[in-house]
Design a binder for this molecule. Structure first.
Ligand SMILES: Nc1nc2c(ncn2[C@@H]2O[C@H](COP(=O)(O)OP(=O)(O)OP(=O)(O)O)[C@@H](O)[C@H]2O)c(=O)[nH]1
Length: 223
């Protein structure tokens, strides 16, 4: 099957999903087409991948890694969210983290790794969602070429749209390898931290500082 046969040739922004998840046949066709382009790149870089025992299968491996792993969140459906009744009308702050964050930066295609923290102020008459779903949502939006400012907002907006809590905070603390492995060669300890707030968490400074303090505690807690 030719992967241009559907609307898949309509490009989307690097951190947006396609309009429809790929079918298995489309995924295979995209992987094969990407592998051919990576072979071409190796040819340009004068890497003899036909005869080099180390890189013979590398274009196929890299193409598969992009389509099925690093950019999976562009090509698959968002995670299913399990909702439970908020039977006891729980309306206090819930904080979950650290959630392991693995992404790729949009500018140099280098890894971003770190932790995410999510704070939820549930609506007493709303729903509670399964705790593991926050990790899945982070992974879904992180599996794209990203910049950290937009990643935080995408994660939070999705949770707001799906669950309508009274307030929400999403915080990411991450290392950008485009800064540590090249360019300025910053320290591996150099991180970017950013937080975005919605609803009551945006307007209530006491809630904000409770969230930030709990994140610091969770960060120090270790395994
Ligand atoms: N704000 C922000 N910047 C990012 C993020 N990821 C990478 N960057 C930066 O994006 C910038 C891209 O800069 P350019 O000047 O176009 O690229 P460059 O010439 O290779 O620059 P150097 O990285 O300084 O060598 C760099 O400063 C990166 O550190 C991110 O998530 N958020």
């Amino acid at each position: 099957m030719n992967f241009h046969s559907r609307d898949l040739n309509l490009a989307r922004l690097c951190n947006e999903a396609l309009d429809q998840p790929l079918t298995e046949a489309e995924r295979e066709a995209m992987t094969a087409a990407a592998a051919r382009k990576i072979e071409e790149l190796f040819d340009i870089l004068r890497i003899d991948h036909q005869n080099d025992h180390n890189t013979r299968e590398t274009p196929q491996r890299v193409a598969k890694m992009y389509v099925e792993e690093l950019l999976e969140g562009r090509f698959t459906a968002p995670p299913r969210i399990t909702e439970f009744d908020n039977a006891q009308a729980y309306d206090q702050l819930i904080i979950t983290g650290p959630i392991e964050l693995r992404s790729i930066c949009a500018h140099h295609l280098m890894p971003i790794y770190g932790q995410a923290y999510i704070g939820i102020l549930p609506a007493a008459d709303g729903k509670i969602i399964g705790l593991s779903k926050y990790d899945r949502i982070v992974e879904y939006f992180a599996s794209r070429f990203q910049i950290q400012e937009e990643l935080v907002k995408q994660i939070g907006q999705y949770i707001m749209d799906m669950t309508a809590p009274r307030g929400l905070a999403v915080r990411i603390s991450a290392v950008h390898m485009c800064k540590t492995q090249r360019g300025v060669r910053a320290s591996h300890r150099s991180r970017m931290v950013n937080t975005y707030y919605w609803g009551e968490l945006a307007s209530d400074t006491a809630l904000k500082s409770e969230f930030v303090q709990e994140c610091a505690t969770l960060d120090r807690a270790g395994p």
